[in-house]
Write a protein that binds this ligand. Structure first.
Ligand code: NAP
Length: 272
């Protein structure tokens, strides 16, 4: 992975799954890296795993809850001190909870927006003065394929990821005059602890509709993300399956609805 040596990167949700894979690639590429999440033990375990691969000066962690504005405000100066500045902010921390709209707790809807959407907003705004002040740097927001295509069972999660996309579309243009770049990433199903937890509670209809998409590995998503950022791409859709879905949803949304509705009907057919 070229172009990241000596860069100062902060990755939220860097202790697991996609964020951890990004931290690994950046660490190996010689970047200075701080990872952030809520569970200190998992952060420390990740640092222990990454230390032997460290090529940069800094490899540290910060405990924060991105869905809590005060926690983010406390963590930001610490991250800037640890890194001695900031070149790359990766807003990756997120949670997912599929379920039927009528039976999911209200708290699930609140939590998705608090962590996935407001977590992105709070963290971005906490680091903006630094990036705008230095007139350089890049922000990368992690959305999802479910941030441009909604399917059965993901009312709470997809809404929060569509919100990340809307926020990013506006922010990209606001940042242009300040010389700060922005990317938004739309990963498909990726083999992480989050997906394993989702699979335990997914409605069967969701499983039937989403089951045809090839699952990616976190390292593949991380590679696509960092390559896209290095190219200066705004929309980053990892994998051919994701790219095809993105193009189909953009240029032939009726066809996409036809296909997913057919899968839904098939999943509901009485079994003999
Ligand atoms: N896996 C997929 O199929 C998939 C597909 C599309 C998009 N995504 C998105 O990709 C991102 C990473 O997901 P993943 O699958 O890698 O999940 P993961 O393995 O569960 O990792 C999530 C990371 O976020 C942290 N986190 C969760 N809530 C947080 C909070 N409130 N404050 C700070 N950190 C928090 C977790 O640590 P703590 O729990 O210790 O805080 C962990 O480090 C998410 O935004 C997710 O929505 C995933």
């Amino acid at each position: 992975m070229h172009g990241y040596q000596g860069k100062k990167a902060f990755i939220t949700g860097g202790s697991s799954g996609i964020g951890k894979a990004v931290a690994r690639l950046l660490t190996e590429a010689g970047a200075d890296v701080v990872i952030g999440a809520r569970r200190a033990e998992l952060l420390d375990q990740t640092l222990d795993e990454l230390r032997p691969r460290q090529r940069g000066r800094v490899l540290e962690r910060v405990v924060l809850d991105v869905g809590d504005r005060a926690s983010v405000a406390n963590a930001a100066p610490q991250v800037l001190r640890q890194l001695g500045g900031l070149d790359l902010l990766i807003n990756n921390a997120g949670i997912a909870h599929p379920g039927y709209v009528e039976t999911m707790d209200d708290e699930v809807f609140d939590a998705m927006m608090r962590v996935n959407y407001f977590g992105t907003v709070y963290t971005t705004r906490a680091f903006l003065p630094q990036l705008v002040g230095q007139r350089s740097g890049h922000i990368c927001n992690v959305s999802s394929v479910l941030g441009f295509l909604g399917i059965f069972g993901y009312t709470a999660y997809a809404a929060s990821k569509f919100a990340v996309c809307g926020f990013s579309d506006c922010l990209r243009q606001e940042l242009l005059p300040h010389g700060v770049g922005l990317s938004v990433v739309f990963p498909p199903d990726t083999n992480t602890p989050q997906l394993q937890e989702e699979n335990k509670i997914k409605p069967p209809e969701t499983r039937a509709i989403a089951g045809n998409v090839r699952m990616m590995e976190p390292a593949e998503v991380a590679q696509a993300m960092l390559a896209g950022i290095a190219r200066g791409s705004y929309h980053i859709v990892p994998g051919w399956g994701g790219k095809l879905t993105y193009a189909a949803q953009r240029y032939a949304p009726q066809l996409v609805r036809f296909v997913i509705d057919r899968e839904l009907k098939r999943s509901q057919r009485p079994r003999s």
